[in-house]
Design a binder for this molecule. Sequence first.
Ligand code: SF4
Ligand code: ZN
Length: 301
Amino acid sequence: MRCGACTNNAVLLNPAYCKSHFVKYFEDKVFDTIKRFRMITPSDRVCVAVSGGKDSLSVLYLVKKFLDAKKGGGSVVALAINEGIEGYRQKTLDDLKLFCSQQKIELRLLSYKEEFGTTLDYLVQQKKIAGKPCGACGTFRRSLLNRGSKGFDKLVTGHNMDDEVQAIMMNIFRHHLELALRSGPKTPQNPAGLFVQRVKPLYFCSEKEVRLYAHLQGFLTTFTECPNAAVSFRASVRDFINEYEAKCPGTKSMIVQWFLDTIGKDSSKKRSVISSVCLACGEPAVGTRCGSCTIVEQLRA
Ligand code: SF4
Ligand code: ZN
């Protein structure tokens, strides 16, 4: 099939674009999303959460490209989290260090071991966490992203449309209305200043598009999936949605659009505001302990 914009062969069928027109289409979509939701201003100091996968490398590269083009004095720093998962994280961190040095981006690193005194592997081995590892891992990661992004104007994450559709469906299946109200392309400002605003420039890009972009740009690393991912609730929701998308193409973008037109609309007016802090660590908390300190205290008990 030919590219819809020139006579070259298409690298993607829907939309049909050759390599250079696909890269332009993808970058325009990301920059339009940044502008439409006023995600980043030219003078912003931006912290980008990175894992070393296709999504985070692509969003890191594009945020830097956006700020460089604006010449407004904005800057970007990458923030990686080491969960302590043997055979998985170290390789991606090595790749990240190389990528950041090539792109001249400062890379900061926080680890569960240094911040919480434990690794995710230890929590799993000691059976110290109820249910599946991703719950505790997500709680720790959110805490460290919040700590690591203090002093920045925005925290960027590489969530793509597939991630968002999974999150929407997970929140529906589990009746997590508050979590649903906190999601979307851009979180509202916390009036108490306890959170840095989070933004997702890849919100309207499918996983397939991000993978192709990262591949065409030569970003693809030897990134492997976390060994715990296969047993996660998210994985079962992902498989279910992918199966449905194969039968009814367009389902994922319809789910995202439905979310934006309903739950996500004016979500800052509907949701409760976290204004208290954990008495143990000073991080935002509902009650006297944050989720991370609760896990750490259970570990010591
Ligand atoms: Fe953590 Fe689960 Fe992600 Fe692995 S898959 S890094 S355990 S949240
Ligand atoms: Zn705490």
